[in-house]
Write a new protein. Structure first.
Ligand SMILES: Nc1ncnc2c1ncn2[C@@H]1O[C@H](COP(=O)(O)OP(=O)(O)OP(=O)(O)O)[C@@H](O)[C@H]1O
Ligand SMILES: [Mg+2]
Length: 358
């Protein structure tokens, strides 16, 4: 299988990218105003969205930028400058790869949004990050603007045909040190096909373990179910990150997820640990959001990140432009909250490493 390369700047080879912390000092003056949103009467998606995003970029005043710099790379540098103007915030690289499974069988709670934005935030601050899109919906691939149409080598090939990750991973355009293993619609059949495959629960684990030390973080974006795909993610990971939406019913079904995690820990992966809970789509105007936050903090204690992700329209707009909110509108509350969450995760990983494969 031939590795897909979308463009020269987006390297698909794991080895070729050197981790670099972009320094805000090195960023030319850029206009810090929020990105103006083009007319979205016909909502753009995928590459069409990227074209529109470029149009939005061109419309901004960026007089000091070098002509031939790729616009998305400039967006990334601008994001770092806005999110971390003094350059004081660092996101220390962990000693070993942290494989984090982003799971919650409840749909629409922010799993994909969290995966994409944390991955981008960490990569922008010098970490080598791989996103594995393990959801047949392919939303993480869309959010990172990685091609995932039929025929593109994807995570299905890793799981069913034992194709090495390196051959299906794509470099994410404009974000150094970030790769994505996309999901195509083929993955929809994997739940059933896996049933008859040898070592069906540990296919992803084997694929990831073939690259020891290549990444600082591997984020696995799970589908909203507890089937074999999610089990593969739980077997491959050391940590589970559970996004919880600050809404009624938020905690319903969590017991089932925790039970499954306990079963996987007992039988398949003793290293597994629920290390991180992230509250998402918090709406300060409602008392309900506050009540949910209190409930979750009482229940999960310091596993819950201090950073809380607000409901923010920029977060929901970003994927239709093939971007994370970190680059789409780095000054928005959505971006700054995900930035804080990424910082906390990075610091926790250094101070109190959890469930490492030591
Ligand atoms: N903080 C936020 N503010 C506003 N909208 C958000 C926020 N986070 C996520 N969304 C929107 O909510 C929807 C669901 O988010 P997302 O796709 O990340 O959830 P998910 O848990 O991955 O869903 P699924 O279970 O279908 O995979 C998306 O339309 C997303 O853009
Ligand atoms: Mg999702």
């Amino acid at each position: 299988m031939i590795p897909i390369r979308r463009n020269a700047s987006a390297s698909a080879r794991f080895e070729s990218a050197v981790p670099q912390q972009p320094t805000p000092d090195s960023v030319p003056d850029a206009a810090p105003e929020p990105v103006s949103v083009p007319d979205t009467s016909a909502t753009p998606t995928g590459s069409q969205g990227a074209v529109v995003a470029e149009a939005a970029y061109v419309s901004r005043e960026t007089p000091t930028r070098e002509e031939d710099d790729p616009p998305l790379a400039m967006e990334a540098m601008r994001a770092v400058q806005i999110l971390n103007p003094s350059g004081e915030v660092t996101m220390p690289r962990p000693e070993r790869t942290r494989v984090m499974c982003v799971a919650n069988q409840k749909g629409g709670v922010g799993k994909t949004t969290t995966t994409v934005n944390l991955a981008v935030a960490l990569a922008l601050h010098g970490n080598r990050v791989l996103v594995v899109d393990l959801d047949p919906q392919g939303n993480a691939s869309t959010g990172l603007n990685v091609p995932h149409h039929t025929g593109v080598p994807d995570v299905y090939d890793c799981l069913i045909n034992s194709v090495p990750l390196e051959e299906v991973a794509q470099g994410v355009e404009g974000i150094p040190n970030l790769w994505c293993v996309p999901a195509t619609i083929d993955l929809a059949g994997a739940e059933i096909e896996l049933v008859s495959v040898v070592a069906r629960e540990s296919r992803l684990s084997r694929a990831i373990d073939a690259y020891p030390g290549h990444f600082d973080y591997v984020f696995i974006d799970c589908p909203p179910s507890l089937g074999l795909l999610t089990v593969n993610a739980l077997v491959a990971a050391q940590e589970v990150l559970i996004p919880i939406q600050c809404e009624y019913y938020a905690l319903e079904g969590l017991n089932q997820l925790i039970n499954n995690i306990n079963l996987v820990r007992q039988h398949l992966n003793p290293k597994l640990d629920v290390s991180t809970i992230l509250l998402t789509m918090y709406d300060r105007r409602t008392r309900l959001a506050d009540a949910v936050e209190q409930d979750v903090r009482n229940h999960f204690g310091d596993k819950v990140l201090q950073a809380v992700i607000p409901r923010n329209v920029r977060v929901s707009e970003a994927p239709s432009y093939g971007q994370s909110v970190m680059t789409y509108d780095p000054g928005s509350r959505g971006a700054t909250s995900y930035f804080e969450a990424a910082q906390e995760i990075a610091e926790r990983g250094v101070k109190e490493p959890v469930g490492r494969n030591a």
